[in-house]
Design a protein. Structure first.
Length: 327
C-alpha cells in the first residue's frame, strides 16, 4: 500500500500543487506558536515538553485517525488517509517554483533578479553574491529542500508504515523540521523570542530524527550519480560542514555531479533587515569541495539526479510490495 499511496500523492501534487499557506500549514504554525508561548519557560525540561507537544501530538493524532479508519473501512479508507497526509507533507512543487524562477533569471542574464529571488526564498542578503555563487547556493538549498520535502518524508513514511502507524512518520518528520526552523528564527524576534533551551531541544531532536534519512538520501544520490566519487567526497568532506546531516547530503551531491559545493555562507537577515552573523549550514571550513565550478548547466543535472532518485525509491517500493505479496 505504501507504493500506491506515494505514487498517488506525487501525482496529485503535480496536478494540483499546494501553496505555502494551505490550511494544514497554517494550523501547524498556530499550534507550534501556541505551544511555544504557553510552555516555554526557559528551562531544559520545558523545552523538551514543548517539543513533544508540538511534534509528537500531531503525529500521534494522525496515527490514531489511521487506525480508526483501518478499523472502520479497512485498507481503502486507510489508503485515502495516507494519500491525504502525504499530499500535505510530500512534494516538489512546494519549493520548485523558487528553483525554476532563479534558473530562468540566470539563463536570461538577469542576475539582479536571481539575487532578489534567492534572498526572498532563503531570507538572506544576496546583494553582492557573484553569478557562480548564486548557482552554488541554489543547488545547495534545492537539494536540501528536496530532502526535506521528498526523500526524508519518504524515509519516515516507510518507517511509520512498518510500525503500523500509517502516515504518522511523514507528519513527524515534517513537523520536527518545521519546529526546529521556526523556533530558530523566532529566537531573533523582538516579541516573545524562543528561549535557548527550546531552540536547543528542537535542534537536537531534529539532528537525531534526520540522521538516517540524510544518509538514505545521500546513498540514493550516489547510486543514481557517480557512485565512487559521491562516496569518496562523502567520506572525506562531509564532516567539514557545520551541519553534519546536511553535509552528508551536499557532499554526496557534489561527488555524484562532480560540482564544487560548500564555501562561504550567505548572511541571514534579522527581522529589522540588517545582516546578521552567517549561520547557514552550507558553509564549510576552508575552501569548497572538489569538483567543477558551479554553472547553470548543473541545474539540469540536479533535476535529473533528484528525479532518478525518486524513480529508485519507487522501484524499491515496487520490489518490496511484490516480495510481500508473493511471500
Amino acid at each position: 500500500m505504501a507504493f500506491f499511496a506515494i505514487a498517488l500523492a506525487l501525482l496529485l501534487e503535480q496536478v494540483r500543487p499546494l501553496t505555502s499557506d494551505h490550511p494544514a500549514a497554517v494550523g501547524l504554525h498556530r499550534w507550534v506558536r501556541l505551544v511555544g508561548r504557553n510552555v516555554d519557560a526557559g528551562a531544559a525540561q520545558h523545552g523538551w515538553l514543548a517539543w513533544v507537544l508540538a511534534v509528537a501530538v500531531p503525529a500521534l493524532a494522525v496515527s490514531a485517525v489511521h487506525l480508526l479508519l483501518s478499523w472502520l473501512g479497512g485498507w481503502p479508507l486507510a489508503l485515502v488517509w495516507s494519500v491525504a497526509m502525504l499530499y500535505l507533507t510530500l512534494g516538489f512543487r512546494q519549493f520548485s517554483h523558487h528553483f525554476t524562477g532563479i534558473r530562468d533569471a540566470l539563463e536570461a542574464g538577469d542576475e539582479e533578479r536571481a539575487r532578489g529571488l534567492l534572498a526572498h526564498w532563503q531570507h538572506v542578503d544576496a546583494s553582492t553574491v557573484p553569478r557562480s555563487e548564486i548557482v552554488r547556493h541554489v543547488i545547495e538549498v534545492s537539494v536540501l529542500a528536496a530532502h526535506r520535502h521528498v526523500f526524508g518524508v519518504l524515509a519516515w513514511f516507510c518507517i511509520g508504515a512498518l510500525l503500523g502507524l500509517g502516515p504518522a512518520g511523514a507528519v513527524f518528520f515534517r513537523s520536527a523540521e518545521y519546529v526546529a526552523r521556526y523556533w530558530r528564527r523566532k529566537a531573533q524576534a523582538a516579541d516573545q523570542p524562543s528561549s535557548p533551551a527550546l531552540c536547543l531541544a528542537a535542534e537536537q531532536a531534529w539532528q537525531l530524527i534526520n540522521w538516517l534519512p540524510a544518509r538514505t538520501t545521500a546513498l540514493g544520490f550516489a547510486i543514481v550519480g557517480s557512485f565512487e566519487d559521491a562516496i569518496e567526497v562523502w567520506r572525506s568532506h562531509a564532516s567539514r560542514f557545520a551541519d553534519r546531516n546536511d553535509g552528508v547530503i551536499l557532499a554526496a551531491t557534489a561527488g555524484a555531479l562532480g560540482v564544487r559545493l560548500g564555501g562561504a555562507s550567505l548572511r541571514p537577515l534579522t527581522p529589522e533587515g540588517a545582516a546578521a552573523v552567517p549561520v547557514s549550514a552550507a558553509g564549510v571550513s576552508g575552501e569548497g569541495l572538489p569538483g567543477e565550478p558551479p554553472r547553470t548547466a548543473h541545474f539540469t543535472q540536479v533535476v535529473g539526479l533528484v528525479w532518478r532518485t525518486v524513480a529508485l525509491w519507487l522501484l524499491l517500493l515496487v520490489l518490496l510490495t511484490l516480495a510481500h505479496v508473493l511471500g
